[in-house]
Ligand binder design. Structure first.
Ligand code: UDP
Ligand code: MN
Length: 253
């Protein structure tokens, strides 16, 4: 039987949210033994997300954790200023460690993946990560102002990283570029994301507590295939909507 894949996704309310979550959900429905941990960046669970999950047919856990106001990226601030989704991913980790239904032994089998709500995921990616022993890694497309970033593999071992930016980071990998075994996360209860980590060090802040670079398990044909893309969705323009609104003729909310 397949070890389950636990996918942790932070999400927040904005116009494209339902579209993003629908796209993601329809990918995940095609993956066997997947449990979606969807964590809303909100003071309470919204009915939009609740209804979407209820009618999804997926195995899921619905959580919420509001980003502290001083940590929240404000409208107009450059997006490198503060990391996003940190407290939500940590809340997902807390659920896995403390609240996940467990009978011990075999139920500790599993793989944990952090999937942002706007990226694009190939089904093959989930096959690749399923066999993760400690931490598995692979290339991520369209990230870091490059066509892709990737671990560099020699003789089946990660020996470095193809990245255009701060290669000195302990683990210069994107959030979408690795998966962790559930067992390892349970063995290291202190490991988590540090929201105060310097720019680009968020992934390292978790991975440093789990593995060393030589222990990383390359996937996707020794990191020669791109199976996930760091796509970003354009913010919808509402110029006409705003005009109509001012005339009292805006769309039904
Ligand atoms: N996110 C969040 N709260 C926010 C901003 C973002 O929970 O205030 C989530 C978002 O839905 C996504 C993840 O955090 O799943 C990463 O955010 P984003 O995609 O904006 O980051 P980027 O692609 O710019 O790194
Ligand atoms: Mn994104």
């Amino acid at each position: 039987h397949l070890p389950p894949i636990y996918v942790i996704t932070p999400t927040y309310a904005r116009l494209v949210q339902k579209a993003e979550l629908t796209r993601l959900l329809h990918t995940f429905l095609l993956v066997p033994a997947l449990h979606w941990i969807l964590v809303e960046d909100a003071p309470h669970k919204t009915s939009l997300v609740s209804n979407l999950l209820k009618s999804s047919g997926l195995s899921y856990t619905h959580l919420n954790m509001l980003t502290a106001p001083q940590r929240k990226l404000q409208e107009g601030e450059p997006n490198w200023l503060k990391p996003r989704g940190v407290e939500q991913r940590n809340e997902g980790l807390r659920w896995l460690r403390e609240d996940r239904p467990s009978t011990g032994g075999a139920s500790e089998q599993g793989v944990v993946y952090f999937a942002d709500d706007d990226n694009t995921y190939s089904l093959q990616l989930f096959q690749e990560m399923r066999s993760t022993q400690k931490v598995s890694v692979w290339p991520v497309g369209l990230v870091g102002a490059m066509k892709y970033e990737s671990p560099v593999v020699q003789g089946g071992q990660v020996v470095g990283f193809h990245t255009g930016w701060r290669p000195s980071r302990p683990f210069p990998v994107d959030m979408a570029g690795f998966a962790v075994s559930l067992r390892l996360l349970l063995e290291r209860p202190e490991a988590r994301f540090h929201g105060d980590a310097a720019q680009g060090f968020l992934e390292s802040s978790l991975l440093q507590g789990l593995v060393t670079v030589d222990e990383l398990e390359p996937r996707a044909d020794n990191c020669t295939k791109v199976l996930v893309w760091h796509t970003r969705t354009e913010k919808p323009k509402l110029k006409r909507e705003d005009v109509l609104q001012a005339q009292g003729q805006g769309s039904d909310p």
